[in-house]
Design a protein around this ligand. Sequence first.
Ligand SMILES: *Cc1c(COP(=O)(O)O)cnc(C)c1O
Length: 392
Amino acid sequence: MQASNHPTISTRFTLRPTQVQVDLEALTRNLQAIQRHVGAAQVMPILKANAYGHGLVRVGQHMQAIGAKMLGVAYLEEGILLREAGVSMPILVLGGILGSQTPLFLQHNLTVTASSIEKLEFVEQAAAAQGIRAKVHLKIDTGMERIGVHYYNAEGLLEAALKCRHLEVEGIFSHFANADAADLSSARLQLERFAEVLHFYEKRGLPTPLRHMANSGAILQLPEAHLDLVRPGILLYGVYPAKEVQRSLTVEPALAWTSRAVYFKVVQAGHPVSYGSTWQSDHPVRVITVPVGYGDGYFRAMSGQAQVLVRGARYPVVGTICMDQFMVNIENDSAYNGDSITLIGQDGAERISAENLAEWAGTIPYEILTNINTRVPRVYRQDDQPQPKDLS
Ligand SMILES: *Cc1c(COP(=O)(O)O)cnc(C)c1O
């Protein structure tokens, strides 16, 4: 395992017993599985929110190294971080943009989402002022009501884009609100609305820009929505977007989250554990303390619900999860200081998934992954690199 080369994380922090381990080869296999599934469509890996907690820069560099053609991020700053790390491939910033950000987009050669005529025009003006052509994708709102021109007003944006001499309209896209649902009727309606907007080009005999709409849910469930390009986020990381989604392709989780026991004790019957004294045993039990807490993104809401793996067995987290520590009841079993504790991942025959944590916290796996704090060092595993070194 190799220490992260993220500029803010020096190798001495890998001595911290808590780590996120990212298997870059698993990301490669997931990307290949998605590519096979979507056939001729291009795949644009989505790296927003620190690459869903996996580490923006390393995942970006890896995607470039394995030949991905274009990346998607949410914010300008994410695009700039990738550029500064040497990622030179096309990067589409999916989110809304403010006029004041335009020069930075152009300076870093980032592809802009034009979600209104006004935004299109200030990008045109900034590009004209610099004597360059800016790359844009037009954003159509077909039912998400987030950003984009409404499908019933889209013609004006498409017309305006034709007149912009300093823009290259490379793509046009929309976004599903319900593509991961069991009932796909609203997703199909959105797709129809998008198709109607796209008739604009056909009617005028103009080439259609790259059409894209499919997130992970639509990649899995709506082949007719794959169009020219797909935008997998959570699926790339090996996690399915919802419990009820059709698992029409197989991916594997790329992330494990582990720590080590830092304290062992016996807790007497009737002696409550942690803040608020919410849990106690009616018999003496062995309890270990793990140096992870909600300040790392191990949600306090999982108190009384979560389980971890120790020596290949499952044990409950007991008492309230603190900012930097939580306690585990191992009953009469044995464990030692320094023992590996698995929060997400496999230990022996047992496995805990991001989906499990989501259920315990009353949220979705997206929120679990993206909340693993940057305080937790990321280490990366690649087959052509030295095998994991024991840090104990
Ligand atoms: C986040 C996002 C995606 C990826 O969504 P997943 O459900 O993680 O696949 C795709 N497109 C847009 C516009 C997004 O904001």
